[in-house]
Design a protein around this ligand. Structure first.
Ligand code: BEZ
Length: 223
């Protein structure tokens, strides 16, 4: 019975569009309650399997090295692993000493696995004790907008994380969609018509690059 409950608890997976589950957690920057954190900002909540491991060191350093780019996108960073705060502090210090990179963002010490389970970061068929490499993109309304899950042996791609964040922000702001491989500066997709009147209008609309009524691209006039 206990095993079943534990399995059910582990299997809760937040989905895109859900409110980000609230939590209070110990971090390398003190105790943080999610709902009080990063007010009016985007937040990337990301997990790594373990401190003092090679791939994780490259990834966390990657977030730290590009922190200014996230700040410019009104985005805060928060890491997590199932390690103690003492382990995090020793690792942060070690990475700084050995590489000069300072992991200057809160890292949750999820030693009781509460947050990992809440966010589906603990995927027992991959590891029963270490979180997978997850990234939750949480918008200023604390809604989950994009989720990445990577296995233990494959590091994430920082360019793709930044690109996805920019795509979310641009498509929100301009009410458009981002096509395959979109990057800032590329044309965006105009929302397709939803009725015959709009379809006929679109067929006569020369303001966008029209393949057909349902596939039209345009340049953004950025402000
Ligand atoms: C790593 O970060 O290198 C790593 C961590 C856990 C399992 C496998 C690799």
């Amino acid at each position: 019975m206990e095993t079943q409950e534990t399995t059910q608890e582990i299997n809760i997976m937040p989905r895109i569009g859900d409110q980000a589950p609230n939590f209070v957690a110990k971090t390398t920057k003190g105790t943080i309650e999610l709902n009080d954190y990063a007010k009016d900002k985007w937040l990337l909540l990301f997990s790594h399997p373990a401190d003092f491991t090679p791939v994780c060191t490259t990834e966390m350093s990657g977030f730290a090295l590009r922190k200014d780019e996230f700040t410019a996108l009104n985005t805060e960073l928060m890491g997590l692993s199932i390690d103690s705060v003492h382990s995090h502090l020793a690792w942060v210090n070690n990475v700084k000493e050995k590489t000069g990179v300072y992991l200057d963002f809160p890292i949750i010490a999820d030693i009781d696995m509460k947050v990992s389970k809440l966010y589906g970061m603990l995927q027992p068929n991959e590891s029963e004790t270490a979180a997978v490499r997850a990234v939750f993109f949480i918008d200023p309304n604390k809604k989950i907008r994009l989720i990445m899950y990577y296995p233990l042996n494959v590091g994430r791609n920082m360019d793709e994380i930044l690109r996805a964040l920019q795509a979310l922000q641009v498509t929100d702001k301009y009410k458009v969609a981002a096509p395959l491989d979109w990057k800032p500066g590329d044309k965006v997709i105009v929302p397709p018509p939803t009725n015959l009147e709009e379809m006929n209008e679109r067929l006569n609309d020369d303001s966008c690059e029209r393949i057909d009524f349902y596939l039209c691209k345009k340049d953004l006039k950025l402000d």
